[in-house]
Ligand binder design. Structure first.
Ligand SMILES: *Cc1c(COP(=O)(O)O)cnc(C)c1O
Length: 426
C-alpha cells in the first residue's frame, strides 16, 4: 500500500481483554466519539458496546467487485464510509484496487485530502450556492448538474487560478457533467443538457474548467431488468453523444453504482462508483460479499423476573413464564431501530435470544431464558458478519428486515456514542 496510514489508524492502544485482532480505534480523534467508553472497568470487564470494523472485508469486497468489470472502480466513501469510518474504508478500498474516491460533499472531500489521500476525488450533490473555492484549491473534482452550478465553479476557478493554466497546462477545475438519467433527483434534465454541454465547452475553451467526465445514476439497479434502467442507460448514451457533439471529450463516463456493477456490464462504461458494495451490501442479491461490522455489547444488568412481568415502555411484552432478563446499553439513539421491536434478537453464548419490550433510547432488554447462566459483564453480539465464530449472530441484513428498511440505513445510522475499533473480535 503506497499510502501512509493516517495517524488515527496507526495509533495503537493497550491490548484489551476482548481479544480484538487489532487495537486501533477507527475514529478516536473525532469529537463526539466516546472512545473512553472503550476502556474496561477496573476489574477488566468491558462496560460499553464496541463496533469492530473488519477492513480486510472491505479490501476483499473491492477485489470481488473489481473482478466483475474492466472499468475503473471509484470507492464511494460518503456518510463516513457508510458508517464504517471514511478514512479507514478509503485505505482498505485502495488496497483492494479502487483508484479514486467519490463523496457527496466538499467537506468529505477535504477530509480525505487532510488525511493525506492524493487520489482523484469527485464530489457531487453540492448545493448550487456552496463555496467551491476550497474544493478547487484542493483539486477536488466537482459534479456539475446545471448551468448555474457551472457558473459558480467557473467563477471560483477564475478567481483561484488566473494564469496558472498556462503554467500547468491544465484548467483549475475538473468537472463531471451530471445528467439526470431517470432519477428525477440530481443531474441536469435532458431538456437543458445540450445547453449545459455547450456552456461547459465554452468554459473549457476559456481555459477555466476541464470536462473530464459525464455521469448518470440508475434508479432501479437493484432490480436488474427494470425498464427504468434501460431508459436510464439510453439517456446516458444520448447524453455522452450530445457532449461529444458539443466538442467535449469526457474520458470518464460513469453510470453504475454497486448493483449495476454486479449485474449489468452494459452500464459500466469507463468507471463504476461503488459504495454499499465496499462494506458488503449487495442490493441486487447476486453476489456474496463480506460484511465488515460486528457490534457487541456487555450485559450491564441481569435480573430474574416472575411470569406476568411487564417489560419496558408500554409493557408491550409480558414474560409468559419466569425468566432472566439482561440489559444492553444500546438503544435507538445508537442506531438500533425502534421499529425492530418485537422481532429483533441478539446472540448470547452462541444462541439467538429475543429482545423483548420496546427498544428504548439508550437500552434494550434481552430475554435470556430461565436456565441462562450468563452474568453482568458477559458480552452479547448484536450483529456480526454472518460467518466465522459468530456465524449465528444476526446480520445487519436481519436488522434491516426487522425494521422494514435497508441495510444502508442500519450501517449509516450507528451513533457516535459507540466506540469503534478496527479489527475482528475474537
Ligand atoms: C451513493 C451513490 C453511489 C454509490 O451507490 P451504491 O449503491 O452504494 O454503490 C453511486 N453514485 C451516486 C450518484 C451516489 O449518490
Amino acid at each position: 500500500m503506497s499510502l501512509l496510514l493516517p495517524d488515527r489508524l496507526t495509533h495503537r492502544r493497550q491490548p484489551r481483554n476482548d481479544g480484538a485482532s487489532s487495537e486501533t480505534p477507527a475514529r478516536a480523534d473525532q469529537p463526539g466519539h466516546r472512545t473512553d467508553s472503550a476502556d474496561p472497568a477496573p476489574d477488566g470487564r468491558r462496560v460499553a458496546p464496541m463496533l469492530f470494523i473488519d477492513l480486510d472485508a472491505v479490501t476483499a469486497n473491492v477485489r470481488t467487485i473489481g473482478a466483475r468489470t474492466d472499468a475503473e472502480v471509484m470507492a464511494v466513501v460518503k456518510a463516513d464510509g457508510f458508517g464504517h469510518g471514511m478514512t479507514a474504508v478509503a485505505v482498505a478500498a485502495i488496497a483492494g484496487g479502487a483508484t479514486r474516491f467519490g463523496v457527496t460533499s466538499i467537506a468529505e472531500a477535504l477530509e480525505l485530502r487532510r488525511a493525506g489521500f492524493t487520489q482523484r476525488v469527485l464530489s457531487w450533490l453540492n448545493p448550487v450556492h456552496v463555496d467551491v473555492t476550497p474544493a478547487v484549491a484542493a483539486q477536488i473534482e466537482l459534479a456539475v448538474p446545471g448551468v448555474e452550478h457551472l457558473a459558480v465553479v467557473c467563477q471560483a476557478a477564475r478567481a483561484f487560478g488566473t494564469g496558472l493554466t498556462v503554467v500547468t497546462g491544465r484548467a483549475q477545475a475538473r468537472i463531471h457533467l451530471q445528467l439526470d438519467t431517470a432519477m428525477a433527483r440530481d443531474g441536469a434534465s435532458p431538456d437543458v443538457w445540450p445547453e449545459l454541454c455547450r456552456a461547459a465547452r465554452l468554459a473549457e475553451i476559456d481555459g477555466v474548467v476541464e470536462v473530464v467526465g459525464v455521469m448518470g445514476h440508475l434508479p432501479c439497479a437493484a432490480t436488474p431488468g427494470d425498464p427504468a434502467n434501460e431508459r436510464g442507460k439510453r439517456l446516458f448514451d444520448w447524453g455522452v453523444r450530445v457532449a461529444r457533439d458539443a466538442g467535449l471529450s469526457p474520458t470518464d463516463r460513469h453510470l453504475a453504482a454497486t448493483a449495476a456493477t454486479l449485474t449489468d456490464p452494459a452500464s459500466h462504461h469507463t468507471l463504476c462508483r461503488v459504495g454499499a458494495g465496499l462494506v458488503g451490501i449487495d442490493e441486487s442479491g447476486t453476489t456474496r460479499l463480506s460484511h465488515a461490522l460486528t457490534l457487541t455489547a456487555p450485559l450491564v444488568s441481569v435480573r430474574a423476573v416472575a411470569a406476568g412481568t411487564g417489560v419496558g415502555y408500554g409493557h408491550t411484552w409480558t414474560a409468559p413464564v419466569a425468566t432472566r432478563l439482561g440489559l444492553i446499553p444500546l438503544g435507538y439513539a445508537d442506531g438500533l431501530p425502534r421499529a425492530a421491536t418485537g422481532r429483533a434478537a441478539v446472540l448470547v453464548t452462541g444462541v439467538r435470544r429475543p429482545l423483548v419490550g420496546r427498544i428504548s433510547m439508550d437500552s434494550a432488554v434481552v430475554d435470556l431464558g430461565s436456565d441462562s447462566t450468563v452474568e453482568i459483564g458477559d458480552i452479547v453480539t448484536v450483529f456480526g458478519p454472518g460467518t466465522g465464530a459468530r456465524a449465528h449472530a444476526p446480520t445487519t441484513a436481519d436488522w434491516a428486515r426487522w425494521a422494514d428498511t435497508l441495510e444502508h440505513e442500519i450501517v449509516t445510522g450507528l451513533g457516535p456514542r459507540i466506540a469503534r475499533r478496527v479489527g475482528r473480535p475474537e
